[in-house]
Design a protein around this ligand. Structure first.
Ligand code: FAD
Ligand code: SF4
Ligand code: SF4
Length: 475
């Protein structure tokens, strides 16, 4: 019997890809991890114990067939590994880079506790990066010609792009509308290059363009067309607009000129990375400034690390809970600390002044209904810290879509997220579907991909059922 390549976790230690030195990476916006070489990917994949019930797969939102593509990688059958990986995910190399694996697949790997998890994300990234290099990523081939029917997708983030790909494969004419000038949603303008280099996103978009998906950049529903206008053009509509209303900080000075919204700051930085002219550029440049970022989520982590790369004089992150209660990924906090960011735990802003932030010391009180201990102010424990630039990163809520789209019949929850029938993913308006953050609230890329994957067959079914009634062509 051939000797198994697997179950090598006892004598092969876990090895995540090595990171560039903090000093080196603080000078650029390139990804911080070095790619695996083939031998390393094979070695790390071979650590998998091929569980009968693979908890890694159960906890992957895409239910990726992880043990099987690890085995194929360990056996040197990379092209097959790629095909298997691509059969459940439209962007495996992107998820491999930016999923919080410690909370998903790797955090549930059975060997994690005693031996260190299999480095699933890094292997997933390696497989598909190699596939791109080797030309194994083939053009999208529609399986039928259904081009007489068209779909309109509002939002070119991971949910919209995934649905666009899968509906194009079905043969429909697909139009994607986005208010930004480039596709990708937060993959392009939110997440910084040091987590996800932009060519990785752009080659995915280009593959859709090559397949005939029609992009309408700079086209905002609510400004350039109403939802009804779009419904008149297309047999089915997908709302995949994400969530963009920044949560406010209600303290004096929060609207001052040096207080920036996190996403405005990250968009400006990403635009600069593309070589675009940035309006009001000095305001968004942290060079030489004392920067204070308020918040403890992934957006805050992206801001502090961007400020480091822009050459800030100092970067502090103020968070009202402590390290163990922060929502951001522990891995990202570690990266930020390596790069020189100072975390000020149990601190909330009380006032934003022209050159400083006055902060209130906090302590953790009783656990709330969500199980998290609520922060409460410690009386008389204020302090002041220098700040020429303050970045507000408290998270995002849904915008008022029924108002913006001129569609009061679009039913939303009390949080403003779009209400859908969870079986069909259809909204209260027939033929109008919704997916991604605009349904879930601020979430993860991998969940947006999952939603895009789930909504496409539902839209296909609707289009089949209504084909006779509405042979609408795209304008
Ligand atoms: P989005 O990616 O938000 O895309 C929505 C698109 O719709 C946008 O392009 C927008 O321009 C467009 N749009 C909105 N309204 C209109 C309109 N009226 N007309 C036309 N177009 C419109 N997740 C992770 O898994 N890992 C991470 O490391 C990570 N980091 C993040 C960092 C930041 C700074 C932020 C803000 C989020 C991060 N996330 C991360 C979350 C992740 O980016 C989102 O969950 C995901 O992008 C949601 O995908 P989506 O397709 O639903 O929406
Ligand atoms: Fe893990 Fe994300 Fe890849 Fe799933 S998609 S295997 S959760 S990295
Ligand atoms: Fe392999 Fe870990 Fe998944 Fe088990 S849980 S199949 S060891 S990756």
């Amino acid at each position: 019997m051939a000797k198994s390549q697997m179950l090598k976790f006892i004598d092969r230690p876990q090895a995540q890809p090595s990171k560039r030195a903090a000093q080196e990476r603080a000078d650029d916006f390139l990804e911080i991890s070095r790619p695996y070489i083939l031998a390393k990917a094979e070695e790390q994949a071979s650590r998998c114990s091929q569980c009968g019930v693979p908890f890694c797969q159960v906890h992957c939102p895409l239910q990726n067939n992880i043990p099987d593509w690890l085995k194929l990688t360990a056996e040197g059958r990379l092209e097959e590994a790629y095909e298997l990986s691509a059969s459940t995910s439209t962007m495996p190399e992107i998820c491999g880079r930016i999923c919080p694996q410690d909370r998903l697949c790797e955090g549930n790997c059975v060997i994690e506790k005693d031996f260190g998890a299999v480095t699933i994300g890094a292997v997933e990234k390696f497989i598909t990066d190699t596939a791109w290099e080797m030309g194994w990523v083939k053009p999208i081939q529609p399986v039928a010609d259904r081009s007489e029917q068209s779909v309109g997708i509002i939002g070119a983030g991971p949910a919209g792009l995934t649905a666009a790909e899968l509906l194009r494969v079905k043969g429909y004419t697909v139009h994607v509308y986005d208010r930004h000038d480039r596709a990708g949603g937060l993959l392009t303008y939110g997440i910084p290059g040091f987590k996800l280099e932009k060519p990785v996103v752009m080659r995915r978009v280009q593959r859709l363009v090559d397949a005939g998906v029609v992009f309408h950049p700079g086209f905002e529903i609510g400004r350039d067309a109403s939802l009804d206008d779009l419904r008149a053009r297309h047999g089915a509509i997908l709302i995949a607009t994400g969530v963009y209303k920044a949560r406010a900080i209600e303290v004096p000075g929060a609207e001052g000129p040096q207080a920036l919204e996190a996403l405005d700051y990250l968009i400006a930085s990403n635009r600069a990375g593309f070589g675009d002219a940035v309006a009001d550029a000095p305001r968004f440049d942290a060079h030489g400034k004392h920067v204070v970022v308020i918040g403890g989520g992934d957006t805050a982590m992206d801001c502090v690390r961007t400020a480091v790369r822009q050459g800030a004089a100092s970067v502090k992150c103020l968070y009202r809970r402590d390290r163990s209660n922060m929502p951001g990924s522990a891995r990202e906090v570690m990266n930020a600390e390596e790069e020189g960011v100072e975390f000020v735990w149990l601190a909330a802003p009380a006032e934003i002044r022209a050159r400083s932030v006055v902060a209130q010391r906090m302590r953790l009180g009783q656990a709330g209904p969500d199980g998290r201990r609520a922060p409460e102010a410690e009386p008389g424990a204020d302090f002041e810290t220098s700040a020429d630039m303050v970045i507000k990163a408290l998270g995002f809520d849904a915008e008022d879509l029924p108002g913006a789209f001129g569609a009061p019949e679009l039913s939303v929850t009390r949080w403003g997220t779009v209400r859908v029938d969870h079986k069909t993913m259809m909204t209260a308006i027939p033929g109008v579907f919704a997916a991604g953050d605009i349904v879930r609230g601020a979430s993860l890329v991998v969940w947006a991909v999952r939603d895009g994957r789930d909504v496409a067959p539902q839209m296909h079914r609707w289009l089949r059922e209504t084909a006779g009634q509405q042979n609408r062509k795209a304008a």
